[in-house]
Ligand binder design. Structure first.
Ligand code: GDP
Ligand code: ZN
Length: 355
């Protein structure tokens, strides 16, 4: 395995680079995103990369590089580089961007192989939240791995694990205690050279503690001092961390609740037990209310389907559909804005030509 491959490079990305590009550009992985620049890793070194003016102009912000992305850069001396292009993502974990302003999707983790969905085995434990995270994970095209944290606090692990298995759709499930060091070895197979895992979950579930355990000395919170004079504002950033086991961990500090974004397929995949049942209903347009031959109602009656899971399915499905409609609308207005600016440009050119 060469250096690029240990960083996650594969034929999928190599195939996207033209002969022409190979002459002047170098592939690099985005290891951290800061406000105005990126830290990227090439086969040889770590560089600080910036977007060119042309890139900023031509590429909509929601497809700017994110942590984990593969980009083509042009080295520019003194450990610096310009980002020329973002390569197509093999996977992308998206969420609805938090904060004020128009709703937009945000890529939280690009090109990860596994998403560790961390849920704490304490009083906050919530299957419904896990269903939401699973839908997002399936949508991302990365493989979800359920990580039940704080196992030391759980007195009925077998029971909880069985409940999780029922909703996990075949995703592997591991119980760990970062505090005691229990179960950590079970995660090592996912953390081998060339592999990238992202650790996601609500705050307080023990992500940092687990990341520190897995990374040992490797993890140092990247802190930058804000350049405003309103005080010493420190922020932590999403970043890739190289683990002693050889794999990469995408650390996502400070992530709060995850909101669905356009995850209709993820919801379908996450609830394929319910979807399979629905396909067995006698009527194809069955609303699962009182129709004869309804497989869903039958499963509810005989206890193979949980009422709360069905409700959760309906809720996430509606939410995902709503976001998808919004997303389409937004893409449409972006297209319109682009067209307008092209027209304006043309008019300006015409004026130049004809005086
Ligand atoms: P994060 O917000 O997800 O990064 O969570 P932290 O790693 O900051 O942990 C939140 C709290 O849970 C801290 O007080 C940790 O000490 C505690 N914690 C983390 N892992 C474990 C564990 O395995 N067992 C127990 N009992 N507590 C833990
Ligand atoms: Zn039905």
């Amino acid at each position: 395995m060469n250096e690029l491959q240990t960083l996650g490079w594969s034929e999928f990305f190599a195939a996207q680079v033209s002969e022409e590009e190979k002459k002047s550009a170098v592939p690099a992985r985005v290891s951290a995103e800061h406000r105005t620049e990126y830290v990227v890793w090439t086969a040889e070194s770590e560089l600080r990369a910036e977007l060119t003016g042309r890139f900023r102009h031509a590429v909509p912000q929601d497809v700017w590089p994110a942590a984990g992305d593969w980009v083509l850069v042009q080295p520019r001396g003194e450990a610096k580089a310009a980002v020329l292009r973002v390569l197509e993502r093999r996977s992308a974990f998206m969420r609805k961007a938090a904060g004020p302003g128009l709703p937009a999707e945000q890529v939280v983790a690009a090109n990860v192989d596994y998403v560790f969905l961390a849920c704490a085995l304490n009083r906050d434990f919530n299957l419904r939240r896990l269903e939401r995270y699973l839908a997002l994970a399936w949508e991302s095209r990365a493989e979800p791995v359920v990580v039940l944290t704080k196992a030391d606090l759980c007195g009925n692990l077998a029971e909880v694990r069985a409940a999780v298995e029922n909703i996990a759709g075949g995703a592997p499930i591991h119980a760990v205690s970062a505090l005691r060091g229990d179960g950590l070895d079970d995660l090592l197979p996912y953390l081998q050279p060339g592999r990238t895992a992202a650790l996601l979950g609500s705050s307080g579930v023990g992500k940092s503690t687990l990341a520190n355990r897995l990374a040992g000395q490797a993890l140092l919170a990247v802190k930058t001092i804000g350049d405003d004079d309103t005080g010493r504002h420190t922020t932590t950033h999403r970043q890739l961390v190289r683990l002693p086991s050889g794999g990469l961990l995408l650390d996502t500090p400070g992530m709060r609740e995850l909101q669905l974004w356009d995850a209709e397929q993820g919801v379908e995949r996450g609830f394929d037990d319910v979807e399979t049942l629905a396909r067995q209903c006698r009527f194809t347009d069955c609303r699962h209310k009182a129709e004869p031959g309804c497989a869903i109602l039958e499963a509810l009656a005989n206890g193979t389907l949980d009422e709360s899971r069905l409700r959760s399915y309906g809720k996430l499905q509606r939410e995902a559909a709503f976001q998808a409609r919004r997303n389409n609308h937004r893409l449409a207005s972006r297209e319109k804005a682009r067209w307008k600016s092209i027209q304006k440009n043309n008019q300006a050119n015409e004026r130049l030509k004809w005086g």
